[in-house]
Design a binder for this molecule. Structure first.
Ligand code: ADP
Ligand code: ASP
Ligand code: MG
Length: 403
């Protein structure tokens, strides 16, 4: 008998018919002789709607109270799904994140999983029950509710798959796998049969929302057998594995991330210690910095630009403006109408000319590059937001796999 963890995203449980469809997928898996743990997201746009409701009452509400509210979305889905499975005549129980033993740190709104206590879960599975768990939520050491960050139900599923040593973790969503680009932007994007953990981690971190990036980190760390597939179409999906054959395809995917902003500090003195002072201030506020560009000193001054996640922009500007004298900057500017477009592929490491080909695609589309960053398996460029769809299409066209 195998243990399978199945996760269903918001679109997959958006209404009664879709919940019935998910109940059928789960009970078919159970009937085939497997133990099943299912993790669910909030229905449709519920999480966005709850955030809007909170903002109507108090735009400055504490993150703790926001987490209490947001965790309700997943609880609606889990109980409705359990009811649908009861109706089909199968033994089932729904559990909140904390009932299922998911313990986190106290970073409300973006909590990290610290531990999973599987006693209750194993007891229910031993009774032959299908267990439905509310995704995206846990409990901290103060017994307060926490959430794992937007898209975090994927991470709940992979974490339980790891804790229970499941044979397989299936992420059911509204596309039938991982594509070479977001199929909603690029109509001729190609579905990948398989992708390595490292490539998937880069794609997820660079904006391909099909998987929460922390879910891929966990899958890699605990060797979770992961599969992305459609809850609407019964076709093979994409398998995420340790190593895959990279020979066929140089670039595995093109992504874009609109959720970033660029900050520039102008007129810094050209002397040691300036970057250290600036980035220490940001680190104190736990603000992550991504692409960094520093100009060569001229006339004893230099400029420094870097990107931050958009939700951190206000906090970053405020700490930098408050301390501008400590690092002797002249002025601080920002741009939040930008986009980061990236290509990812383990094959590019040993193939020269990939960057040139990407930049040529952007040049031919008349798109200006503001900043560039590279690593062994990715190249990212910062461009104007209005050009981002055009850029993804142009780059994908240049690298798309031959038929
Ligand atoms: P769920 O609600 O099931 O968690 P998400 O909306 O979070 O689903 O993720 C699925 C979406 O990810 C797809 O609808 C698709 O538009 C988007 N996406 C972005 N990049 C990719 C990609 N490279 N391959 C597949 N889907 C992608
Ligand atoms: N409901 C949460 C969100 O919309 C978590 C998830 O769907 O994974 O971000
Ligand atoms: Mg998602």
């Amino acid at each position: 008998m195998s243990l399978i963890v199945q996760k269903f995203g918001g679109t997959s449980v958006a209404d009664a018919d879709r919940i019935r469809n998910v109940a059928k997928i789960i009970t078919d898996t159970y009937k085939a002789g497997n133990n099943v743990v299912a993790v669910v997201s909030a229905q449709g746009d519920t999480t966005d709607d709850l955030i809007a409701k909170a903002a109507e009452i108090n735009p400055a509400a504490s993150k703790r109270e926001l987490d209490v509210l947001l965790s309700c979305g997943e609880q609606i889905s889990m109980s409705l799904l359990a009811m649908a499975i009861q109706k089909l005549g199968f033994p089932v129980i729904s559990l909140t994140g904390w009932q299922a033993g998911l313990k986190t740190d106290s970073a409300y709104g973006n909590a990290r999983i610290k531990q999973i206590d599987t006693d209750r879960l194993n007891a229910e599975l031993d009774k032959g029950k299908i267990v439905i768990i509310a995704g995206f939520q846990g409990i901290n050491k103060y017994d307060d509710i926490t959430t794992l960050g937007r898209g975090g139900s994927d991470t709940t599923a992979v974490a339980f798959a790891a804790a229970l040593k499941a044979d397989l973790c299936q992420i059911f969503t509204d596309v039938d796998g991982v594509y070479t680009a977001d199929p909603r932007i690029v109509s001729d994007a190609v579905k990948l049969d398989e992708i390595s953990y490292d490539e998937m981690l880069e794609l997820a971190s660079l904006g391909a929302q099909v998987l929460h990036n922390r879910s891929v980190e966990l899958a890699k760390k605990y060797h979770v057998n992961l599969e992305i597939l459609s809850s609407f179409k019964n076709v093979p999906g994409t398998k995420v594995k340790e190593v895959v054959n990279v020979e066929k395809m140089l670039v595995r995917g093109v992504t874009r991330d609109n959720d970033i902003a660029r900050i520039s500090i102008i007129g810094l003195p050209d002397e040691p210690g300036i970057a250290f002072k600036i980035f220490s201030l940001l680190a104190q506020k736990r603000i992550n910095v991504d692409i960094i560009l520093q100009s060569i000193g001229r006339c004893n001054t230099k400029d420094l630009s870097f990107t931050v996640a958009k939700p951190n922009l206000d906090a970053a500007l405020s700490i930098l403006n408050d301390n501008i004298n400590s690092f002797k900057g002249k002025s601080i500017t920002y741009d939040d109408h930008i986009s980061k477009v990236s290509i990812v592929g383990a094959g590019m490491e040993s193939n020269p000319g990939v960057a040139a080909k990407m930049f040529e695609a952007l040049y031919d589309a008349n798109i200006n590059i503001q900043m560039i960053s590279t690593s062994e398996i990715k190249i990212s460029v910062l461009i104007d937001r209005d050009d981002s769809e055009k850029a993804v299409k142009a780059i994908h066209e240049r690298f798309k796999p031959a038929d």
